[in-house]
Design a protein around this ligand. Structure first.
Ligand code: BEZ
Ligand code: FE
Length: 307
C-alpha cells in the first residue's frame, strides 16, 4: 500500500540549481532535451567524466586558466596542413585507442595503427616493382614485398596499396619541399592477380613528431621524448573489404617500445633482413647488399556486403 504523496521538502534547492555534490547530474540533466540519442549519450557521459576529473584534481583558477590557454594555443596552431588537436590526441594515446576500438583485428587480420599527419598529398600511381625513391635519396636500398588476402586466405587482386615514408634522415617530402620532390617516397600500387605487391625504396629512419607547438611544450614539460620508431605507412583498400591503415615497423629501430604516439603493435614489427645476393639485387634493380621486408596483409571482407 502506498501512503499519501509527500510534499517536496521546501528547504531543498530546486533540482536545477548547481551544487558540487550533484554537479554532474545537474549539468547532465540539462542535455536531456537533446533529441539525437547518441549525442545525448556522449554529452552526458562527457559531463560525468569531466566533473569527476575536476573533483579528482581540484584545479586552482590559475591552473584552469593555463589549461584554457593551452587549448587555445593548440587551436591557434591548426591550419590546413597542421592539426595540433590530432597531435594532442596522438600523444595522449586517444588516437590509438579510437583506432583500436574501431578496428578490432582478431584472428589473422592485420592490425591497424594511426594514419599520422603526413598522408596529406596523394601518392603517385606506380607500377609494381617501381622505386619510390625517385630522386635517389641516400639510404639503404630496400625491397618491400607483400600479399593481400582476405580472412579466408583468398587473394585480393587489384587492391590499392598506398605507401608513404620518411627518408633516411627522418623527413617526409612535405617537410622538405625544397629538397625533396613531392611524391618522393610515396607510391600507389595495385596488387597483381595473386594479390601480390612489391616495390623498391630505402629503409626509413626514426623521427620526431612536430614539436614546435603546444604539444611539443607538453612533451618537454613532462620529460617525454617526441620520437617515433622507423616505419613505412601502408593503407590498403579494395571493394567489399574494410580499408586498413597501418604501418610496417622496422625491427630493431630505436623507440619501438616508447613510440611518442603509442602506434606500435608487436604484429607490425617486421624484420628488414639483409640480403647479400648480387644476382638477385641486379635482377630487381637494387645495389647489393639490400634489405628485404615482407608484409603479408589480411583484410576483413564485409560478408554482409557480399563483396
Ligand atoms: C606519422 O607517423 O607520420 C605520425 C603519426 C602521428 C603523429 C605524428 C606523425
Ligand atoms: Fe610516419
Amino acid at each position: 500500500m502506498t501512503g499519501p504523496a509527500r510534499d517536496p521538502d521546501p528547504a531543498a534547492p530546486p533540482s536545477g540549481y548547481f551544487e558540487v555534490d550533484r554537479s554532474a547530474d545537474v549539468v547532465g540533466a540539462s542535455f536531456a532535451t537533446t533529441t539525437d540519442p547518441r549525442l545525448r549519450e556522449i554529452l552526458q557521459s562527457l559531463v560525468g567524466h569531466l566533473h569527476a576529473f575536476v573533483k579528482d584534481v581540484e584545479p586552482t583558477v590559475p591552473e584552469w586558466e593555463s589549461a584554457i590557454a593551452f587549448l587555445t594555443a593548440t587551436g591557434q596552431m591548426c591550419d590546413d596542413v597542421r592539426q595540433e588537436f590530432i597531435l594532442l590526441s596522438d600523444v595522449l594515446g586517444v588516437s590509438m585507442l579510437v583506432e583500436s576500438l574501431n578496428h578490432a583485428a582478431g584472428g589473422r587480420l592485420t592490425e591497424a595503427t594511426v594514419e599520422g599527419p603526413f598522408h596529406m598529398v596523394a601518392s603517385p600511381e606506380r607500377q609494381l616493382g617501381a622505386d619510390i625513391n625517385v630522386s635517389a635519396e641516400p639510404g639503404e636500398p630496400c625491397l618491400v614485398t607483400g600479399r593481400v588476402v582476405d580472412q579466408h586466405g583468398i587473394p585480393v587482386a587489384g587492391a590499392s596499396v598506398d605507401v608513404w615514408q620518411a627518408n633516411a634522415r627522418g623527413f617526409y617530402d612535405v617537410q622538405r619541399p625544397n629538397e625533396m620532390p613531392q611524391g618522393e617516397l610515396r607510391g600507389l600500387f595495385r596488387t597483381d592477380a595473386e594479390g601480390r605487391f612489391h616495390f623498391r625504396t630505402i629503409v626509413p629512419a626514426h623521427y620526431p613528431i612536430p614539436t614546435d607547438g603546444p604539444v611539443g611544450d607538453l612533451l618537454r614539460a613532462t620529460g617525454r621524448h617526441g620520437f617515433r620508431p622507423a616505419h613505412v605507412h601502408v593503407e590498403v583498400s579494395a571493394p567489399g573489404l574494410r580499408t586498413l591503415t597501418t604501418h610496417v615497423f622496422v625491427a630493431g629501430s630505436p623507440y619501438l617500445d616508447s613510440d611518442a604516439v603509442f602506434g606500435v603493435k608487436q604484429s607490425l614489427i617486421v624484420d628488414f633482413a639483409t640480403v647479400d645476393d648480387p644476382v638477385r639485387a641486379a635482377s630487381i634493380g637494387l645495389s647489393n647488399p639490400f634489405r628485404h621486408a615482407d608484409f603479408p596483409v589480411v583484410l576483413r571482407r564485409d560478408e554482409r556486403a557480399g563483396g
